[in-house]
Design a protein. Structure first.
Length: 617
């Protein structure tokens, strides 16, 4: 999973089997999702169970799903849960909690029905620091327009039946097409049929229904599908495909033999950022797909940049945890999850690869790569640098560890970098962390998980004692990592540079605030304003009414943030403000706040060969 911070602290046909004397029910869970008849923003889900041999059975919708590392309680979006026998008589149902229902007389159970609503409607608007379902892991029901069917939000499972095959029939408007990596087994234009060998496979296959807008291409034997939903049509799949093809070709080249996926789907949902639309931006990985949610208001350059960032990250999850993972992930409990200790690898190494491949494949230069590393070090400093990373991972669903999750993208990636450098140094540049991941893939694999407490020893066995010492001291332990020490091994040392900062933010600190009662955007009075505000003579508590004749408030504040990222030095700008209750118009130019920032540069020529092996492989 990859989250992008855009804040100010910034988806009925019933199957029936013969039930005559001596006939056994088919050992298949059959599901129908009706997307053609939406009522009160909810859709009907009908489930036909396999043979139930107990007097009572529990049906559950996930509390947590793999890759999210959060408690989301998808079952709370479903209601009007009913159960029936073969004669249509209602069976007694009791809701146990947000996600589970107990059904009595279960041996006679013929079907279950319930109504499911979407999560996008409920998002408060930040995607972080609240109880919102992360949008790429959420669901959307927009009748006749778009359905984001993250299957775990619509379909549940019967107790002890997780390994039973699923057959899912989705009826939908003829004008909408379902983008997915699954194969549709129904030639009808209004009905799709998907089968999976077990529930976990269904959960890993999202489907997005919308007006057909997609492209397909092949990269080194892998079929890629890019599907886009853009509410105003601002972006199309074709418009972003060249950049995606370049990036994914580079990723395939970088990975080499480690990946054998034959089909991969990128589902891009662009949010209008309206109150009832998605606000949690980023992506969620699956073995053969990525769901991405971004704001449609982004300039194309920024959209493509964000797509490269999140899709590259999610694609590298093919390596870990999708191939290399612990028993906690292999045997994931959707309603009482036990988390693995190794988020440093699942998310951290994945994020490191998402950056390393770009310098390795010539998509960015050394300076850009070093700036990214410096940014991660700086951001990691704002989090708890003495918290054991393995302890945080194992307890990530709980506080205070939950608040440290974002460090998987910062310190987690830096852990990957340091291990890479150690292996490069000890092997005279011949091997790195990608070689380690190849070996772990061969040692374990999709169907063979490792024991959490044995991974460090296995990695040490496959690499060097120094790698094991690093893992125990800096990953399991509480000692902060001396990044300068490890970067010096490849001849890289600290440097500084000036670069333009964001207009409304400095790191995670906003220069503006929102009055929740009036929804007005105000200039903060408790911090010193940057050069943008000073240049326009903006004062504390000034209300920003409009910018360049476009009104702004809490309802569209994301648009203000994203559009400001496209402003250039000395661009003309007009603001309408309210000062002490009176409206004023301010005309001037954009002055970007330049900031002195830390970065790195190569300074030791004697280490150039090792540095080149590190960056270029």
């Amino acid at each position: 999973m990859k989250k992008i911070l855009y804040t100010l602290a910034l988806a009925v046909t019933l199957w029936s089997c013969k039930t005559g004397t001596g006939a056994a029910k088919s050992n298949v869970v059959e599901v129908n999702i009706n997307l053609t008849d939406v009522k009160d923003d909810k859709v009907l889900v009908t489930v036909t169970p396999p043979a139930i041999k107990t007097d009572e059975v529990i049906y559950s919708i996930p509390k947590t799903v793999p890759g999210t590392y959060s408690t989301d309680n998808y079952g709370k979006y479903s209601d009007d849960f009913k159960a029936f026998d073969a004669k249509g008589n209602a069976l007694t149902v009791k809701r146990i909690d947000d996600n589970s229902w107990s059904i009595s007389n279960a041996k006679t159970l013929k079907k279950v029905t319930y109504l499911t609503g979407d999560t996008f409607d409920t998002e408060k608007g930040t995607g972080f620091g609240n109880d919102d379902v992360f949008s790429p892991a959420g669901t959307n029901i927009n009748a006749g327009v778009n359905f984001m069917v993250n299957t775990h939000g619509f379909v549940g499972y019967f107790q002890d039946k997780l390994d039973v095959p699923y057959k899912v029939t989705i009826t939908h408007p003829e004008t909408l097409w379902g983008s997915t990596s699954m194969n549709d087994e129904d030639a009808s234009k209004t009905s799709d049929v998907f089968t999976t060998p077990r529930y976990a496979v269904l959960v890993e296959n999202p489907i997005m229904y919308s007006k057909p807008d997609y492209t397909t291409f092949n990269v080194n034997g892998m079929d890629i599908l890019i599907a886009v939903y853009s509410p105003t049509g601002k972006f199309t799949a074709e418009s972003i495909t060249p950049e995606m093809k370049t990036m994914m070709t580079a990723q395939k080249n970088f990975l080499g033999k480690v990946n054998s996926t034959k089909k991969y789907t990128v589902l891009l949902y662009l949010s209008s950022m309206a109150k009832d639309d998605a606000h949690g931006f980023g992506a969620l990985e699956h073995p053969t797909a990525t769901t991405v949610v971004l704001p449609e208001s982004m300039p194309k350059e920024k959209l493509v940049e964000s797509m490269k960032d999140v899709v590259s990250h999610e694609f590298f999850h093919i390596v870990t945890p999708l191939t290399i993972h612990s028993k906690e992930i292999q045997y994931f409990d959707y309603n009482a999850p036990k988390m693995s200790e190794h988020l440093w690898m699942y998310e951290g190494v994945t994020e490191y690869f998402a950056n390393l491949f770009q310098i390795n494949q010539g998509l960015i230069n050394e300076g850009e790569f070093y700036t990214r590393i410096a940014d991660k070090i700086e951001q990691a400093k704002s989090l708890n640098d003495t918290m054991s990373f393995t302890k945080m991972s194992a307890n990530v669903l709980e506080q205070p560890y939950k608040d440290q999750y974002l460090n998987v993208y910062q310190k987690g990636a830096l852990i990957g970098m340091c291990i890479d450098i150690i292996i490069r140094e000890k092997s005279n540049g011949e091997r790195g962390i990608l070689d380690l991941m190849h070996k772990l893939s061969n040692e374990y694999g999709i169907e063979k998980p490792f024991n959490d407490n044995e991974l460090f020893a296995k990695i040490t066995q496959l690499t060097y004692p120094e790698v094991g010492e690093f893992l125990n001291k800096y990953v399991a332990g509480t000692t902060p990592i001396p990044y300068n020490f490890y970067l010096a091994k490849v001849g890289v040392t600290k440097a500084s540079e000036k670069k333009p900062g964001a207009v409304f933010l400095k790191g995670q600190t906003p220069y503006i605030r929102v009055d929740k009662a009036t929804k007005e955007i105000l200039v903060r009075s408790d911090i010193e304003q940057n050069d943008f505000f000073k240049n326009l003579n903006l004062k504390p508590n000034d209300v920003i009414v409009s910018v360049n004749n476009k009104p702004y408030s809490l309802d569209n504040i994301y648009e203000l943030i994203t559009e400001s990222e496209n402003w250039k030095e000395n661009d003309a700008i007009t603001l309408k403000i309210k000062r002490a209750g009176k409206e004023e118009t301010i005309k001037g130019t954009v002055k970007l706040p330049f900031e002195e920032t830390e970065t790195f540069k190569a300074t030791d020529a004697s280490k150039e060969k090792l540095k080149n092996a590190w960056l270029k492989g």
